[in-house]
Design a protein around this ligand. Structure first.
Ligand code: ACO
Length: 313
């Protein structure tokens, strides 16, 4: 099989914008604290749409841009940790709505590392000859699992979706080797749990310390596995959780010329949606040259991490 590549991207965000000032009506916080500690200015909230609606909108755009017919899509994989229904999967619902017949359709829950995990799963399936084309979607309605009385988490989260169509390429390898792993001893640090209404909780300082220590060597390893130097990257699209984490990583990798995704400022933390959402926006703006290497890397509940270098569509 020809090596896979991302052929097209799409994204969707709900219309409703929630500002930091809006949050001051709910919890004891300030615009200044949120901007200074996280970089976040606004986030989008789905007032009427479900997580399946968000996924469908992003996937429909990516599919239309790819030129693939629905029957050329053999896999639909949705990365999400905010699905309310366990069955049918969001992936199967999206496949039905987009008239994709008989695709392997399933959800992947690897917290915020879900999109790169799903992308690697699809990459491996295409290389193994188990699929020709695939839809990989990151979709989250974090507002469904937000504790709106907890100021340490409710100011961080947002809703949205991003999608990629992956197909066999006409030559160059378009998706680099995945670097993934987990540290179960830190499972307590990010949780979505509860009997009837699971809510997002995290030990923010602990995750922050982990990210500012571990991400640099993991990002270097990801570049090394793909055969590129961090300074050769055309873009860096890492998990959109905190602007301070993103800027520290870029600084410590010595990256000065690459486009750096900072969508967290406008969208907040959309968990598994954050990478495809940010990447799709940059590509739509024409900010990243076609064919240039882009580092994707994310981390979250588990603690888990996953990333790869991809060729920009
Ligand atoms: N407004 C005002 N004050 C607040 C708020 C708020 N919204 N939230 C917390 N505070 C207070 C705390 O109570 C604390 O007060 P104290 O010093 O009197 O105890 C003070 O601010 C400092 O709190 P910290 O938690 O130490 O603040 P920190 O600078 O660490 O920022 C944050 C918190 C933004 C969560 C940061 O730790 C972080 O980004 N961590 C990493 C998160 C991450 O990357 N998660 C990724 C995986 S999970 C996912 O993506 C879905």
């Amino acid at each position: 099989m020809p090596p896979p590549r991302i052929a097209a991207l799409g994204h969707h965000q709900p219309e409703h914008v929630m500002t930091n000032d809006d949050l001051t009506a709910l919890v004891d916080t300030t615009d200044e604290w949120i901007r200074k500690r996280t970089g976040i200015a606004t986030r989008r909230l789905a007032l009427r749409e479900s997580v399946t609606d968000l996924a469908e909108q992003a996937a429909a755009k990516a599919l239309a841009r790819s030129g693939l017919a629905p029957d050329e899509v053999d896999m639909v994989v949705v990365a999400t940790c905010s699905a309310i229904d366990r069955c049918p999967s969001i992936a199967a619902q999206v496949a039905g709505r987009l008239h994709i017949p008989a695709a392997a359709a399933f959800d992947v829950n690897n917290g915020c590392a879900g999109f790169s995990t799903a992308l690697a799963t699809v990459d491996h399936a295409i290389r193994a000859g188990a699929a020709r084309g695939a839809l990989v979607i990151g979709a989250e309605k974090m507002s469904d699992i937000t504790d709106w009385t907890d100021r340490s988490t409710c100011v961080l989260l947002g809703d949205g979706a991003g999608a990629a169509v992956v197909t066999g390429s006409d030559g160059r390898d378009g998706i680099g080797p995945v670097v993934w792993g987990s540290d179960p001893t830190r499972g307590h640090a990010v949780r979505i749990s509860g009997d009837w209404h699971p809510l997002f909780r995290q030990e923010g300082r602990e995750v922050f310390r982990w990210a500012t220590t571990e991400l640099v060597p993991l990002a270097r390893k990801t570049c090394e596995c793909a055969g590129v130097s961090p300074t050769d990257l055309g873009a860096v699209v890492t998990h959109q959780a905190n602007l301070r984490i993103i800027d520290a990583l870029v600084d410590r990798l010595g990256i000065t010329d690459a486009v750096v995704a900072r969508d967290v400022v406008d969208s907040g933390n959309t968990s598994a949606a954050s990478i495809p959402l940010a990447l799709s926006k940059l590509v739509e703006l024409g900010a990243v040259p076609t064919g240039s290497p882009v580092l994707l890397f994310s981390f979250g509940g588990g603690l888990s991490w996953a990333g790869q270098v991809v060729m920009c569509p």
